[in-house]
Design a protein around this ligand. Sequence first.
Ligand SMILES: *Cc1c(COP(=O)(O)O)cnc(C)c1O
Length: 363
Amino acid sequence: MARPTCANIHTDALRHNLAQARALAPHSRVMAVVKADGYGHGLERVARALEGADAFGVAALSDADRLRAAGLSQPIVLLSGFDEADDLPQLRRLGVETVVHHISQIEMLEQAAPGDPIRCWLKVDSGMHRLGFAPEQVREAYARLSEAASVADGIVLMNHFASSDEFDGNSPGSRQTREQLAAFAAATEGLRGVRSLSNSAAVLGWPEAHADWIRPGGLLYGISAVEGRTGADFGLRPAMTLSTRLIAVNRVRKGERIGYAATWQAPQDMLIGVAAIGYGDGYPRAAPSGTPLRVAGHDTQVIGRVSMDLMTIDLRGVPAAKVGDPVELWGPELPVERIAQISGTIGYELTCSITRRVRFVEA
Ligand SMILES: *Cc1c(COP(=O)(O)O)cnc(C)c1O
């Protein structure tokens, strides 16, 4: 029998979330960020569902290659930029636009062989201090790109926010976002070109940052990047349900210990379930006893250590449970953000971590 572990991808939810992004930022074009295999939902599947987007954002040229091979003809932007001169013919062949964040990239563009011009997104480091030109370098970078024969007309100006998930006016994160907005505006003042600033959190909470292009990722998958809030709180719908089945239902006596390292002890005679999912499928090992899940529609919890292929489940609230019953780990009824928070991470990491042995089904 095939392993019952399954990631259901809700393409209608993806489309709904794209429409939400457009409604939130009605004057902006939408780059759908599909890096990391569409945040773990499957690149081609996601891109087809989101073909109404104005562009796609990827982090690897190989992903651009896959999108073109799947017949998608939208603009594609390489968000981390190219890193060697050999990438340039590939960018041209695939018609891919690139972020330019470092002087070494400008040198490669200046020395590129003649060919189709490449559209560039000039990245300003407005204060996150990851990628981008420092504000005082922006004008020179812009001027050199404008002169390079290999660079297409219409340089896009962009930045990236570090803390746009904080909306509360006086928090340090909000202050940082306001400082980033001001630094970006000053660094690009008077430069011609459309502007792109906002990730999902800024789309949700910083309308003044929407500009010409928004770049939502998590929002499209129905995942909130805002601590303590779920996608549903913003009118979004989760695009993934992770599920499996019970492969055993066993009775244990009061005082017996469950699983590796015996971390959980039965407080009474009780039923426990064993489900065919573990960290080898991408369910977080860090999920402690008490992490919620659902068996045949009933809310219950993980007990004991999550192991590679299996987990153990408290069936006290599900007395009729039997082998074969469906187990839902996250999905519309159980936000992935909640599982992530309990496990010390974010929803993005959980959906990105689903492994290849999990069967993907479009629903
Ligand atoms: C990943 C990424 C995004 C999308 O971020 P979300 O929080 O998922 O919306 C936007 N812009 C850039 C440059 C990125 O790398």
